[in-house]
Design a protein around this ligand. Structure first.
Ligand SMILES: Cc1ncc(COP(=O)(O)O)c(C=O)c1O
Length: 437
């Protein structure tokens, strides 16, 4: 078994790098098959999507848009992308969709390129308050060389302070007013803030990377009807597709739509990973059939999990607002900046529960935060419901409150998880024997 980098190297000499990689891949698969994947940005894809992402399309190119290509051989893919655009517009109720971008970050880079030029002003949520690195100078905002100002934050409500943020927007008149977060418990008060932004001529951009599936399932908020001109997002978090991105817009203006398309190709991508685009199209078709139920169950599970953790004695954030309205739950495990979140995450991994440490309001150091950000979307996808959330919360308590040996808990986690090896909410569910390699 491959245990450490040192072992990998030794193993490589005997069996070759490829064998070592195959072993490490199956080790990673085993971890998730036998454990509880609870990182809020992750998910698992359906068996049909698994097949498509390893198809011949992986090696192909199709620069351009359907039926307007620079390469021959795109006939089959034209059909796929055309169908995907139709489905994306339907699933997100959007007059415009681009399904080419290769990730949420690439969607953001492309949107910032289309909507602003270097030196322009942008307003966004700070990373300390849950904004994504692509909203920061260290990420896409800096890459586009935009001037960043961040919204005043309401820590109690875990959202931008409405009046102070509207004042900031009116004062700065940003080219782009960007909303949305990576730590995303509650809908953004978008109507109020989009009104202020439109008043001063800003374009309203909403990054729905985390909550895209919940939005499409009608379970979170409806940004394109609450004032967002452009919505970006990932196709693999609560939207249960393969890794990739979406760009959607409420605009019917063809010139504006062309700017968005051009910002993806040729702006940020040459090959845009056709196998993943085809996988997104099947995921959209599956979502049309099962997405509403999946989203409803995801949010119900997050609420149930938060309540169960609180009942076990954990410090769960945002109690006054019912803990969460998304797929995420935040927990505090010690003093600010103490690293208690990192310690908790390691103990949980030792018990087969995969999470990530996260900064909470007041933390200042990303590597030694006090909290955890937990997501229930993957457990929901394999068929768990609210009663299972209580069992999961009990595993957390055994490790982090009762200080049981994580290795003992891991055996119980594996037994529990063995009942949930079928991927749900997808076509051919019966064939969904499950987990990839
Ligand atoms: C708000 C937000 N935007 C963008 C991204 C980036 O998405 P991707 O990993 O698809 O590039 C993330 C990632 O978690 C995110 O939380």
């Amino acid at each position: 078994m491959v245990e450490s980098k040192g072992d990998w190297a030794a193993n490589s000499q005997n069996t070759g790098y490829a064998d070592t990689v195959m072993q490490a891949v199956s080790l990673s698969g085993k971890l998730y098959r036998e454990g509880l994947g609870m990182i809020a940005s992750e998910n698992i894809v359906s068996p049909m999507v698994q097949k498509i992402v390893s198809s011949d399309l992986h090696g192909r190119y199709a620069e351009g848009l359907p039926y307007k290509r620079y390469y021959q051989g795109c006939g089959g893919f034209d059909t796929i992308e055309e169908l995907g655009l139709e489905l994306a517009k339907e699933v997100f109720s959007a007059p415009f969709a681009n399904i080419q971008s290769t990730s949420g970050t690439v969607s953001n880079i492309a949107a910032l390129k289309a909507l602003a030029k270097p030196g322009d002003q942008i307003t966004a949520v700070s990373t300390a308050d849950g904004g994504h690195i692509s909203h920061a100078r260290m990420g896409a905002v800096g890459l586009r060389d935009l001037n960043l100002s961040t919204y005043p934050w309401d820590e109690e409500r875990m959202e931008p302070d409405i009046d102070a943020s509207a004042d900031l927007i009116r004062e700065l008149k940003p080219k782009i007013a960007l909303f949305g977060q990576s730590v995303f418990l509650f809908p953004t008060p978008l109507r109020e803030l989009a009104d202020a932004a439109h008043e001063v001529g800003s374009t309203v951009m909403y990054d729905g990377a985390h909550v895209l599936g919940l939005i499409a399932g009608g379970c979170f908020q409806d940004p394109l009807r609450e004032g967002a001109d452009v919505m970006t997002g990932s196709s693999h978090k609560t939207f249960p597709g393969p890794q990739g991105g979406f760009i959607l817009s409420s605009s019917e203006d063809e010139k504006f739509q062309r700017r968005l398309n051009n910002a993806v190709f040729p702006g940020t991508c040459s090959s845009y990973h056709l196998h993943h685009v085809a996988g997104k199209v099947v995921a959209l078709a599956e979502f049309k059939e099962y997405g509403q139920k999946l989203s409803e169950n995801t949010v119900a599970n997050a609420k149930a999990f938060a309540s169960a953790l609180a009942a076990e004695g954990f410090d769960v954030l945002a109690e006054s607002r019912g803990y969460t309205a998304s797929h995420q739950v935040l927990t505090r495990h010690g003093e600010l900046d103490s690293g208690a979140g990192a310690k908790a995450a390691q103990l949980l991994e030792d018990a087969g529960i995969i999470t990530n440490m996260n900064m909470l309001p007041g933390d200042t150091k990303a590597m030694t935060p006090s909290g955890l950000r937990l997501g229930v979307q993957e457990l929901t996808r394999v068929g768990m419901g609210t009663s299972e959330m209580e069992e999961v919360a009990n595993f957390y308590a055994r490790v982090l409150i009762k200080s049981e040996d994580p290795a003992m808990v891991k055996q119980d986690v594996r037994d529990f998880k063995s009942q949930y090896h079928t991927i749900r909410y997808c076509f051919n569910e019966d064939d969904a024997s499950g987990y990839p390699l």
